[in-house]
Ligand binder design. Structure first.
Ligand code: CO
Length: 134
């Protein structure tokens, strides 16, 4: 089921401060900041040779990463994203094995314009896990 590691997402309070680290200190190839109002975040991607880092900054009052940032005031790794060949087949197989899908269980269009799902962290070693259609 698992394909490539698509990205590792890091939640940040302040994108400018995060860019100082990833662009200026680490010399990363960073994208423009894009507001994702449907997801309550703004994103910047750091393009690496083999994968991406997704920097997530809260957008709006009800951002889904607010609670995470309350617990992790310095920011931190929020989720990892794996590519799958067929997201609906992957979902059905995981649900049949007892895994929980967050939200209504239907894929939503993610930051790359492809269908994504989030799996419950308690079923995946304490790690919020995103699946993205390859
Ligand atoms: Co993601």
């Amino acid at each position: 089921m698992l394909g490539k590691l698509n990205h590792v997402a890091i939640a940040v309070r302040d994108m400018e401060a995060a860019l100082k680290v990833y662009r200026d200190t680490l010399g990363g190839d960073v994208s423009e900041k894009v507001a994702q109002p449907d997801h309550g975040v703004s994103t910047v991607f750091v393009n690496l040779p083999n994968t991406k880092i997704e920097l997530l900054e809260p957008l709006g009052d009800n951002s889904p990463i607010n609670k995470f940032l309350e617990k992790n005031s310095a920011g931190g790794i929020h989720h990892i994203c794996y590519e799958v060949e067929d997201i609906l087949a992957a979902r059905d197989q995981l649900v049949a094995q007892g895994a929980r899908i967050l939200g209504d269980g239907e894929p939503k269009i993610g930051a790359h314009g492809k269908p994504v799902l989030f799996l419950h962290p308690k079923d995946f070693l304490g790690t919020l896990t995103e699946l993205e259609q390859a």
